[in-house]
Design a protein around this ligand. Structure first.
Ligand SMILES: [Cu+2]
Length: 304
C-alpha cells in the first residue's frame, strides 16, 4: 500500500529532476513560510547521501531509502526520511537511485537537494504490508519485560493506571526518531507532574528493541538523563522474543542492519482497564494529543 504508482508521474517533473532543477526549486522555496526548518539552518550538520528509494508514503510524507554509508555519521541502512521539498513525494518512486543532502538540525532531520541519478524499474521493490495492528478498545495482551532495575514488570501491574508505551534503542543516531520519543515523554512527564490527580494514575514505559546492547544497566544510565522518577517512567527490555512479541503486537517493525537498527515507531496509550485508547505511528504525535487522551479518561474521577 505504500508503493508509488509509476503511471501517475509527471514526465516533465521527472525530466526536471534529471537535470537537477530540483535544487533551483529548493532555493526558491527554501525560506517560504511553509518551511519551518529554514531558520534552524545555522546549527545544521549536512551530509552527502546516496541510495535507492525503497518506498514512498505520500500520506505520511516519508520516503524510505536504502542509503550508502555516510562517513562519520551512519552506517549504510534502510530508513525513512522526510523531504524538504514536499512536491518531490509525488515524483520519487521505488527503485530510483538518488543523491542529496541529509540535514540534521536540532531535533529534526530531512533530505534536501535530492536528485534522481537513475530511474528505477517499475515495481522494483515490493514493500511489505504493515502488520495487523490493534484498534482502540482492543484488550492489550499481557507482556512481561525486565526494567532498568533488573526487575520483571508486566502489563498486569500497571492496570488501574493509564499506560503510555513507546519504543526506542539507545544508540539511535537520528534526533527525530528515538531521541524525540524521549524528549516527548520527558515533556509528558513534566506536564503530568503538574497535575497531582494524574501523576499517580499514569505510567510511562519506554521499551528498547535492542536487548543485546540495551541491558538494564545501560537503560538505567541512559534513562537518568531523562527522568528523575523511575516509578512513573520505567525503561524496559527483555529477551529478544519478549521484546519482539510486544513490539509486533503494536505494529512496530525493526531489524538490524550493520551497527544500527532500522525501525518504525509506535506509541500506545492504554487505559487503566488494559484496553488500547490510541496508537500513534511515527514521530508526528504531540504531547498535547497524548495528554488529551489521558484527560478524556477522567482519571481524576477514578482516583477518588
Ligand atoms: Cu531510532
Amino acid at each position: 500500500m505504500h508503493q508509488s504508482c509509476r503511471g501517475n508521474r509527471n514526465p516533465l517533473l521527472r525530466n526536471l529532476l534529471f537535470f537537477r532543477v530540483f535544487f533551483l526549486a529548493a532555493v526558491l522555496t527554501a525560506c517560504g513560510a511553509t518551511w519551518s526548518g529554514c531558520n534552524r539552518n545555522a546549527a545544521a550538520s549536512r551530509y552527502d547521501l546516496t541510495g535507492k528509494v525503497v518506498s514512498v508514503d505520500r500520506e505520511l510524507k516519508k520516503v524510505t531509502i536504502a542509503h550508502d554509508e555516510i562517513p562519520g555519521f551512519m552506517s549504510a541502512m534502510t530508513m525513512p526520511f522526510v523531504l524538504k521539498e514536499e512536491w518531490a513525494y509525488g515524483v520519487l518512486g521505488p527503485g530510483d537511485q538518488v543523491k542529496g543532502t541529509l540535514v540534521v538540525s536540532g531535533d529534526r532531520s530531512w533530505l534536501e537537494d535530492l536528485v534522481i541519478t537513475q530511474e528505477g524499474a517499475p515495481d522494483a521493490t515490493a514493500v511489505p504490508e504493515p502488520a495487523n495492528e490493534p484498534k482502540p478498545g482492543d484488550k492489550v495482551p499481557e507482556f512481561v519485560l525486565t526494567n532498568q532495575e533488573g526487575h520483571r514488570v508486566g502489563l498486569g501491574e500497571f492496570l488501574g493506571r493509564a499506560l503510555v508505551v513507546t519504543f526506542i534503542y539507545t544508540r539511535c543516531p537520528l534526533p527525530d526518531y528515538c531521541p524525540l520519543m524521549n524528549t516527548n515523554f520527558q515533556e509528558l512527564q513534566t506536564e503530568l507532574l503538574k497535575q497531582p490527580e494524574l501523576i499517580g494514575r499514569t505510567q510511562l514505559l519506554t521499551i528498547s528493541f535492542d536487548p543485546e546492547y540495551d541491558t538494564p544497566e545501560v537503560l538505567k544510565t541512559y534513562a537518568r538523563s531523562f527522568t528523575p522518577n523511575f516509578d512513573h517512567w520505567q525503561f524496559a527490555t527483555g529477551s529478544s522474543s519478549e521484546v519482539k512479541t510486544v513490539a509486533e503486537y503494536f505494529g512496530l517493525r525493526y531489524w538490524p542492519e550493520n551497527d544500527q537498527i532500522i525501525h518504525s515507531l509506535r506509541t500506545a496509550v492504554i487505559g487503566p482497564d488494559g484496553k488500547l485508547i490510541n496508537l500513534y505511528r511515527g514521530n508526528e504525535w504531540k504531547v498535547s494529543e497524548v495528554l488529551g487522551d489521558l484527560q478524556k479518561l477522567n482519571l481524576a474521577r477514578l482516583a477518588r
